[in-house]
Design a protein around this ligand. Sequence first.
Ligand code: FAD
Length: 159
Amino acid sequence: MDDKLFRQAMGRFATGVTVITTKVGEDVHGMTANAFMSISLDPKLVTISIDNKAAMLDKIKKSGKYAVSFLGKEQQNISMHFAGQKKEENPIDFELMDQDMPVIENALSSVVCDVDRTIEVGDHTLFIGKVKDIHVREGEPLLFFGGKYGSYQENQYVK
Ligand code: FAD
């Protein structure tokens, strides 16, 4: 099966956009990701899928923890920066959760996790994380669809 067709089909699934962060010693590393899923309420588990070629892979293996920040509609520049698409000229502001875990400042929501299980699947690795800390803010999400960024619009029902 054709890779391009597979990518095109998967791109028809609209998602939010996250930045995964982790910290190894004093080294903070961030990466844009949309392969995120909430998987269990009891216990509270989520998963992310990381390309085996990404620098993030070894960093999470070393730290054993990661955070996921859900970006708001005004944070496209942050997504592009952490995807290596376009450098942000201003310094990136992190805030700390769970004592010393950096997350993206003013994200819609952030969760901090300890790695519970690591599963290698094809050319990606799933890190199932046990949620330790959560922050929530009001706002509208940044979305990704068909390889493009967009924003959320609520349905207006007219009776
Ligand atoms: P790098 O490419 O080295 O880092 C990424 C960028 O972040 C670089 O510009 C770097 O300078 C910057 N950066 C890192 N740490 C810091 C810091 N502390 N302070 C300031 N800047 C920093 N890939 C996946 O594996 N899984 C996904 O689910 C996924 N989803 C994506 C969704 C979208 C919408 C997009 C656009 C890309 C997605 N990618 C995904 C691709 C992924 O974001 C890129 O391949 C990314 O460059 C991989 O990062 P890296 O860990 O290899 O590190």
